[in-house]
Design a protein around this ligand. Structure first.
Ligand code: NZQ
Ligand code: ZN
Length: 386
């Protein structure tokens, strides 16, 4: 393994009573009274969560910023930054999924600078201070509630880029699995696919030894798959939602990548697609991961055979190539069984765009820590996903 330091300061508050702890959690981080509540397109109003939060914040001076879109946009972040500066907000509360939380991370950092927020995303400037923020998570998928990463779309340039800073770990995240009951079925599916994809990215890593990570990843992945089936047939099954929610958080809070980075090529391949077509991140991953696996397994079959054994318990007596095939098929079959898309053509995305996607992915040169992809490889993978 590589040498590493594990650091994660986010206080994770989990369970049916977690949201009621909001006032006491905020008071740990500010004595100020001005709170900005950020949220998405309105699901929190339909579910009653908005009213509940406003009641809990009765002693605060509350401002609201709704309308952060899925695949959060730079233009939206800029509007919120203006409010934080004008009202001299003391604390931000993000209520939503990865999009609201990622947008809020950039709002939090950009509000302390005079630069365009995009300068942070493109690493022209490094944040040195932030407006503190916490989250109430409403969809389990990205792990953004307990990590320091954020992905922002610049719709003017069709760029979707990730950035991060240790300063943008949420101060706390409140997770009540009951909140997931109102998720539309396709969003539950996207969340299952995204959290599994984070585990797969880290399973295919650059370390010589990742025995502890392998065991954790395979174990968590099996539990997500099983709980995913249950949650889709019984949306208000508490235990299944509990497993999905904690599973998605630990999948990307640093636990699973101690001693290595993981591959992360497929996330790059996906972000290039959703930068142009605005499809859900989980949907893009469901299409691209099997394609990446089919391509890379031709070059590095041993790890794929081990994946099949660890995650899909394939017969030990199969040949290496049979194991590789069974592992990839196991993943494809599971995703198709829960209704995830499997082809770019499902979204009417055609080969015409592949060159554009490929150029975006290669912005910083060849990529992928487990297996490095060049332009030819990238084009081949998009073709496999056509
Ligand atoms: O906007 P509202 O009305 O709230 O509706 C949302 C949104 O339409 C809806 N929703 C969320 N909770 C709900 C609900 N509907 C009913 N009941 C609830 N309880 O779900 C839709 C999707 O929400 P979004 O936040 O976009 O989903 P997700 O958490 O999957 O976030 C995706 C974004 O995160 C980025 C992705 O690229 C994408 O931009 N990622 C962030 C990462 C990170 N920060 O670590 C890593 C990931 O790999 C990913 O790239
Ligand atoms: Zn992801």
């Amino acid at each position: 393994m590589n040498s590493f330091t594990f650091y994660n300061p986010t206080q994770l508050v989990f369970g049916k009573d977690s949201i009621e702890k909001l006032p006491q959690m905020i008071s740990q981080f500010t004595e100020g009274k001005k709170i900005l509540v950020t949220y998405g397109g309105g699901s929190i109003k339909k579910s009653g969560l908005h009213t509940k939060i406003m009641n809990l914040l009765a002693d605060y001076e509350v401002y609201e910023f709704g309308g952060i879109e899925p695949n959060p946009r730079l233009s939206t972040v800029k509007k919120a930054v203006a409010i934080v500066k004008e009202k001299e907000i003391d604390f931000i509360l993000a209520v939503g999924g990865g999009s609201v939380i990622d947008g809020t991370k950039l709002i939090s950092a950009a509000s302390k600078l005079d630069n365009d927020p995009w300068d942070i995303v493109t690493r022209k400037v490094t944040p040195t201070a932030v407006v503190p923020f916490g989250t109430i998570l409403t969809i389990s998928a990205t792990g953004s509630e307990m990590n320091s990463g954020s992905v922002i779309t610049n719709w003017e340039t069709n760029e979707k880029l990730g950035w991060g800073s240790p300063l943008v770990f949420p101060k706390f995240s409140l997770l009540n699995p009951e909140i997931l009951y109102t998720l539309p079925e396709n969003q539950t599916v996207n969340g299952i696919v995204d959290s599994m994809s984070h585990l797969i990215e880290q399973y295919f890593n650059e370390a010589d030894n990742s025995a502890i990570g392998d065991a954790m990843i395979a174990g968590v992945m099996k539990q997500i798959m099983s709980a995913g089936r249950t949650a889709l047939s019984q949306p208000d099954n508490y235990e299944a939602r509990e497993t999905l929610m904690l599973g998605a958080t630990v999948a990307l809070n640093g636990f699973m990548r101690m001693g290595y980075n993981g591959d992360w090529a497929t996330h790059n391949l996906e972000h290039a697609v959703s930068a142009v077509h605005d499809i859900a991140h989980g949907a893009g991953l469901a299409i691209l991961f099997p394609a990446w696996m089919k391509y890379v397994s031709q070059h590095q079959p041993a790890r794929f055979a081990q994946f099949a054994e660890d995650v899909f318990d394939v017969d030990q007596n199969l040949s290496e190539s049979e194991k590789v095939e069974a592992g990839i098929k196991g993943l494809e079959d599971y995703w198709q069984s829960i209704g995830a898309p499997s082809r770019l053509s499902d979204f009417e995305i055609t080969a015409e765009d592949f060159e554009t996607f490929a150029d975006k992915t290669l912005f910083n040169g060849p990529f992928g820590n487990f297996y490095q992809l060049d332009k030819e490889a990238v084009m081949e993978i998009y073709k496999l996903a056509e």
